[in-house]
Design a binder for this molecule. Structure first.
Ligand SMILES: [Zn+2]
Length: 125
């Protein structure tokens, strides 16, 4: 059984829904949702509402902390590689390919390379 975690929404307890009412009779309060997993914000928020609450409060701080985009990024042949299935391959013998979105060049990929999130042919950001 996975451990329960709290929604990270800054206002979660302010959204009055029946499932948020917790506590013993006579001292019930609306409380932050607690679940084994959440669908939103990389498993941190119970709803888009809570995700937006968090972003509205901390988004600018987070962006400034990790680096604000201040110039346009460019898609070039150096960063246009993306991993795909070869849709013509059999389901039981799936073939993986790297496709360059600019040059349309295709290169074969092993399944291991396909699943490795650190493996890339991209040399630019
Ligand atoms: Zn929430």
């Amino acid at each position: 059984m996975s451990e329960l975690r709290y929604c990270q929404g800054t206002e979660c307890h302010m959204h009055k829904t029946k499932d948020r009412i917790k506590g013993t009779k006579g001292s019930k309060t609306y409380q932050t949702r607690r679940r084994s997993s959440f669908y939103y914000g990389n498993n941190n928020f119970c709803s888009l509402w809570c995700q937006n609450d968090w972003f509205n409060k901390y988004g600018d701080l987070a962006i400034n902390h990790f680096g604000r985009v201040t110039t346009a990024k460019h898609l070039t042949q150096d960063n246009a590689w993306s991993k795909e299935y070869d849709w013509n391959s059999d389901y039981d013998n799936r073939q993986y390919i790297y496709v360059n979105g600019i040059t349309k060049e295709q290169r074969p990929l092993t399944e291991e390379q396909f699943r490795d999130n650190t493996y890339t042919l991209n040399t630019g950001e």
